[in-house]
Write a protein that binds this ligand. Structure first.
Ligand code: ADP
Ligand code: MG
Length: 507
């Protein structure tokens, strides 16, 4: 359990995340304008009359966005509401032409209800993080304050693009269940899992750098071992894993200090200051009442039939949790390895491509990927898109290369040391498959016992003194003989065979 040491003792963290993902769709949630607002698009060129709230214009629900929400909901193992509705959440800001955001009511189940995602907890075991809800809503425009010394500009291209907000749940009635995020690392793993589910489903690019995934971070602390939920603060609009973790830690320490000084934490909305890595109070927390939510009179309720849900369910691809289960149950991988290999779909696709239909390769491929490739991401092409080495570009390993290398080891065609040498040659831009490289450099392993036996005999007769010592009990000398034989065979002998023959001959 992750804890932070205070003056009075250890403290635990309780973390709730509200994650916004931008829904991939050609057009916006309630208008036909293009939803692609990437930075190369000129400002205010993709704004319909609906988006800029011209009088008399009516919103029309984009059904594809609803299907995307259902897909994500199924990916979150969540209940899909057969009936939900849209409401106006009212506030003023210059990036919001309507003067309200169309969202789903805070006090009714939205399109996606209770669900869960599985992450790896800090103690290395799987942990379910409960989801309370996910609702559809409109994104706002973008204000630009850095284009002119005294003026600000508004770009409404993003106005009205569909967002899905996914909210984690604290089961207040069962606080001991620990089905919520309780450390900065778990927060990151949860967000990565959401990202991978969204990407695997094609629901969102879920890219924090480009703003298609953002999170509001709720944090509270409590004395270690207690089951209460104390007052939380909310830090808004975070767009990097690093900053989210730093904000959680800073905010937790700030709250601990407040409690330890005898004061209480107030429920505030915080801002994160990137350059200092600190949080500071922006305003006291608003609540749902402040926004005067009311049903949007221009939109019909959202009714979804069972058939639509079933149709979508049938098109669902394998999601990271299922991939992990397949790696553990079918391929015999350890939980940790399975988690590492499903951190993103590019990695798991690469792994699957290398394993192919030979399950017996799986452990070897996993070991090489985790110990050799993850440490050097520049040495492989996760996307598996280009045959870079064929084009003469060095330092790229393909799935088929690693597969062949692993096979060569298990067939005893090369030993571990030779495999590593071949691997390094491939990184250095040597062309050809591992077998061709082995051939070219004469790196076949010697498993022929006759040849090894001869080398063993030579080494034994050349070192009578050491043989004497070995026989009188200095068995540690075995390594000395193995070394001699390996040297005599140019490092090509199969070490297991060498060991066995030496042991018999030395008696
Ligand atoms: P609001 O919409 O007003 O921000 P919610 O009740 O929807 O509030 O909660 C927002 C998020 O804060 C949820 O993920 C929830 O689990 C989390 N949260 C609620 N109470 C706490 C608490 N005491 N400590 C940490 N997180 C909390
Ligand atoms: Mg909130």
């Amino acid at each position: 359990m992750y804890t932070i040491k205070g003056k009075t003792g250890d403290w635990e963290l309780v973390i709730g995340l509200e994650t916004h993902i931008e829904v991939l769709s050609n057009s916006k949630l309630f208008s036909g304008a293009s939803a692609d607002y990437n930075p190369t698009v000129s400002p205010n060129t993709q704004v319909s009359m609906v988006d800029c709230a011209m009088p008399g214009m009516l919103p029309v629900l984009n059904e594809y966005c609803v299907e995307q929400a259902i897909k994500m909901g199924l990916g979150l193992n969540a209940e899909i509401s057969r009936h939900s509705s849209f409401a106006r959440k009212q506030y003023f800001y210059p990036d919001l032409p309507q003067g309200y955001q169309i969202s789903q009511p805070a006090d009714e189940p939205p399109v996606v209800g209770r669900g869960w995602v599985e992450i790896m907890s800090d103690d290395g075991t799987p942990k379910k993080i409960f989801i309370e809800r996910a609702h559809l809503e409109q994104d706002a425009g973008k204000l630009k304050h850095d284009m002119h010394p005294t003026k600000s500009f508004a770009d409404y291209n993003r106005t009205g693009v569909a967002l899905l907000e996914i909210v984690t749940w604290l089961d207040v009635k069962n606080p001991e269940k620990n089905s919520y995020i309780s450390s900065p690392d778990e927060a990151e793993r949860y967000l990565r899992e959401i990202r991978e589910i969204a990407r695997a489903l094609g629901v969102s690019k879920a890219n924090m750098e480009e703003g298609s995934m953002r999170a509001d971070v709720n944090v509270s602390v409590r004395p270690a071992g207690s089951n209460e939920f104390r007052t939380r603060t909310e830090t808004k609009n975070m767009v990097s894993f690093k900053f989210i973790k730093s904000a959680i830690e800073y905010e937790a320490r700030r709250q601990i200090e407040i409690y330890e000084s005898g004061a209480t934490v107030s429920q505030d909305t915080m801002r994160y200051n990137q350059s200092e890595g600190t949080t500071s109070v922006m305003r006291s927390k608003e609540d749902a009442l402040d926004y005067r939510y009311f049903p949007d009179p221009d939109l019909l309720p959202l009714d979804i039939d069972e058939e639509t849900i079933e149709l979508i369910r049938r098109t669902m691809p394998e999601l990271p949790a299922a991939t992990r289960a397949r790696y553990i149950n079918d391929l015999g991988l350890a939980e940790y390895d399975a988690a590492r290999l499903t951190e993103n779909t590019d990695i798991s696709k690469w792994f699957d491509a290398a394993v192919g239909d030979k399950k017996q390769r799986a452990k070897g491929v996993a070991n090489w990927m985790i110990s050799e490739l993850f440490a050097h991401p520049e040495n492989w092409d996760e996307k598996n898109a280009v045959d870079a080495r064929e084009q003469g570009i060095a330092r790229i390993i393909r799935p088929s290369d690693l597969a062949e290398l692993v096979d060569m080891i298990s067939e005893n065609a090369v030993n571990g040391k030779q495999a590593k040498e071949i691997f390094i040659k491939m990184l250095d831009g040597e062309t050809g498959t591992p077998r061709e490289i082995a051939e070219k450099f004469g790196m076949q392993q010697i498993t022929d016992t006759g040849a090894i036996e001869k080398a063993v005999d030579d080494v034994i007769s050349a070192n009578p003194a050491q043989v004497e010592q070995y026989k009188s009990g200095k068995v540690g000398l075995l390594g000395f003989f193995v070394g001699g034989v390996m040297k005599a065979t140019g490092g090509k002998a199969n070490p297991a065979v060498v060991n066995e023959i030496l042991r018999t001959k030395l008696g």
